[in-house]
Design a protein around this ligand. Sequence first.
Ligand SMILES: [Zn+2]
Length: 391
Amino acid sequence: MPGRPKERGVQSGRSSWHTVFKVPVYPTPEQAELMEKTFGCCRYLWNHMLSDVQEFYAATDVHYLPTPARYKKGAPFLKEVDSQALCAVHQSLRKAYLDFFRNPKVFQYPKPKTKKARKESFTVYSRPYHTGPSIRLTDAGLQMPKLGLLRVRLYRKPLHWWSLRSVTITKTKTGKYFCSITFGYETKTPEPVSPTPERTVGLNYSMARFYVDSNGDSPELPPQMAAAREKLARMQSRLSRMQRGSKNYEAQLQRVRLQYEHIANQRRDFAHQQSRRIANAWDAVCVRSADLNAMARQLQGGNVLDAGFGMFRTFLRYKLERQGKQYIDVDPYAPAAKTCHACGGVNGQLPPRARTWVCPHCGAQLIRDENTARNIRDLGLADLSRRSGAA
Ligand SMILES: [Zn+2]
């Protein structure tokens, strides 16, 4: 997944980007053993740092994050794994705290990691040594410190001017190993596109239709997504009738996990296709930023499309920005649903589930989702002209 431009230390007229390849990796038994050790060490370090921060804070009212080196004396097994992986734990815990302090409404307070987590992972950053970078991708495979040469399967080759920045090794609950290889590179900053109202679209999230745009259009939902979810439900109900801990139960549990993975992959593919289509078709896209209700629904595991929409938003933003186009965040609490697009009057009496309504001020017949999407577009355009007026 490519990322947003970072402006630090980049020549003017050029932006820096990154791209991630996530590919299967096939470790030897020895490599798998070292990976398991590294997962464990990273978890150990994260949890100990976290509790030390909390103890230190309780005693002094100051947040202080100790360095990994401090832990090696009490836990010599930490020396057996790549110290770069331990440094990365320190960095990600530091980031988790910074995110939480800056935006406690969105980011949770860092939590301890358990062995039962959805997946295990560790990250190693490549270091420039005088003998060359510490991580190298060659025709033979991925050369990593401590782990040695890893057998990976690449679906495409990185371009020759990309530089390898980091590798994250993960293991899923179903026992598959993956590595995410992050490459950084600089390119010419795209010419900014100035959007016109005709070339701007508003999208309203819809639980049933993924989104409805300001022209009333929605994406086609692939039938295999619904079929995969129905299959999962059947598999889960079978699982619930089995004897917990029995051999059959374990086999069925593995099938359920594989089906979960399959659904997550479908959802990501769908988010990629839809964001690509929209980013190519329009010059500016207005979307409401995530509101707390949607996040609460997601935490409850509620609607299946919710999680996909957050991902879609992220993909859409970078796909637009890479073309010099605009992604416009609209305030999720602006009364977009209750405002009549035709006259601007607000209908305070609008029932929450009404799909169509008649404006009490001008008599316009309105389709709820489409009207909301038009208001989102107009709110976004107003925001854009305010910003360009101020500049
Ligand atoms: Zn009206």
